[in-house]
Design a protein around this ligand. Structure first.
Ligand code: 6U4
Length: 190
């Protein structure tokens, strides 16, 4: 169904709402929007995440990404950030678009999410990220890898990561207050 989507979220086709909630009625206002990327390797029942050692989202696990520079496409930025932060090159494909507003940050985040099922090069730890593999089959006792550490990730990730893992394109928005609490969210399959 194509009912209305939250402000800042762009959806050209139809969508099916999957998750929404929050303690407040309205969405936070925003003026400027900056473009970011976030990229994941998913292969053979495992996903590559990075422990963020510094900057925005420090001490959380996430994909590899950052700002899109003025001369770049989001795909070019995603490939560059994956090389800079994990040392690898991957044939990334876009799988989702997210929009985040944080009360204490002067711009909203438009984040294109990318995924690849292969990569070349050797995964390395960098100044910004400590990469590690996690099992994508939650609760599978046979896996030697730890499960995806949702309690140590951004609070929105648990809503859209299952769509990424299932190969379903997604959109969504989440608003965060100053202490980092997610106060309102909405996610859909497209
Ligand atoms: N709520 C959220 N959930 C999530 O999963 N990822 C988020 C998020 N809010 C931001 N991100 C991601 C997007 C991006 O990959 C990363 C922010 O990028 P960076 O910390 O690298 O930004 P910088 O301003 O340092 O950019 P660069 O200097 O270009 O690396 O955090």
């Amino acid at each position: 169904m194509s009912a209305s989507v939250p402000p800042g979220v762009v959806c050209e086709g139809s969508h099916t709402e999957k998750h929404s909630g929050g303690a407040v009625d309205g969405w936070l206002a925003f003026e400027k929007v900056k473009l970011y990327t976030n990229a994941f390797i998913v292969e053979e029942g495992r996903i590559l995440l990075g422990y963020k050692k510094r900057g925005f989202g420090k001490d959380l696990y996430n994909g590899f990404g950052g700002k899109v520079e003025p001369q770049e496409t989001p795909l070019e930025a995603a490939v560059r950030e994956m090389q800079e932060e994990a040392g690898i090159t991957a044939p990334l494909k876009k799988c989702g678009t997210l929009f985040f507003v944080c009360e204490d940050i002067d711009h909203a985040f438009h984040i294109d999410i990318f995924v690849a099922d292969e990569y070349t090069g050797a995964i390395i730890e960098t100044d910004e990220m400590r990469p590690g593999w996690f099992s994508t089959s939650q609760g599978a006792p046979s896996s030697e890898l730890p499960p995806i550490p949702y309690s140590r990730m951004w609070a929105d990730d648990v809503f859209w990561m299952p769509m990424l893992l299932a190969g379903k394109p997604f959109i969504g928005r989440a608003d965060f207050v100053q202490d980092g609490t997610m106060q309102k969210w909405w996610f859909a399959e497209v």
